[in-house]
Design a protein around this ligand. Structure first.
Ligand SMILES: Nc1nc2c(c(=O)[nH]1)N[C@H]1C(S)=C(S)[C@@H](COP(=O)(O)O)O[C@H]1N2
Ligand SMILES: [Mo]
Length: 171
């Protein structure tokens, strides 16, 4: 093969490999724009969020062990308080629904500014439905014994898909 002929092949081969690596990058964030969370406030208004939407909100990352995983892991996501604020949930209780219809209830008064978070990255990687994703409500268990409680474990809903505001007596 002449050098000229070789050169004419080089460009398409390079272009093809660039495309390949670019699509690899996309595959990692596949479904990033798909809705993964629905939030219903007390007025019945419904907001949906994709992971790209969540990535635009205030981010919190912490490293902790959990009773369901081995060794310390970095969890990144959005404080639950931010999502509730965004969706106009201000009073009462919230019910956190998982894909398998597991549901946990918590009073808004017990949602702290940074805790829990709705995590969508574990060690910087998206979580599949199989490994408790794409969304997992997590507390920084290692940072305070109060988070190492059955109450917080119960509220650590993995495969979170829906949040619903529920009125309490008095509001
Ligand atoms: N999606 C989902 N999240 C869940 C649960 C569940 O059944 N489904 N159980 C909750 C409860 S009550 C606790 S104590 C722990 C249970 O964890 P374990 O089943 O590993 O003991 O996860 C919480 N998060
Ligand atoms: Mo539990």
């Amino acid at each position: 093969m002449s050098f000229l002929r070789f050169r004419s092949l080089l460009a398409p081969v390079l272009a093809a490999s660039l495309c390949y690596f670019a699509s690899e990058g996309r595959a990692e964030h596949q479904g990033w724009d798909n809705p993964v969370l629905t939030v219903r406030n007390l007025s019945g208004r419904i907001q949906t969020y994709s992971r790209s939407d969540l990535a635009l909100m205030r981010q919190v990352t912490f490293t902790t062990t959990t009773i369901w995983t081995e060794g310390p892991h970095a969890f990144s996501g959005v404080p639950l308080s931010e999502i509730l604020k965004h969706a106009g949930v201000q009073v009462g209780n919230v019910d956190l629904y998982a894909a398998n219809d597991y549901v946990a209830s918590l009073p808004l008064a017990e949602v702290e500014p940074d805790t829990p978070i709705v995590a969508y990255l574990l060690d910087g990687e998206p979580m599949s439905l199989r490994d408790k994703g794409p969304l997992w409500v997590v507390y920084p268990y290692d940072s305070d014994p109060k988070y190492q409680s059955e109450t917080c474990y119960t509220r650590s809903v993995w495969q979170l898909v829906r949040i619903e505001a529920v009125p309490t007596a008095g509001n």
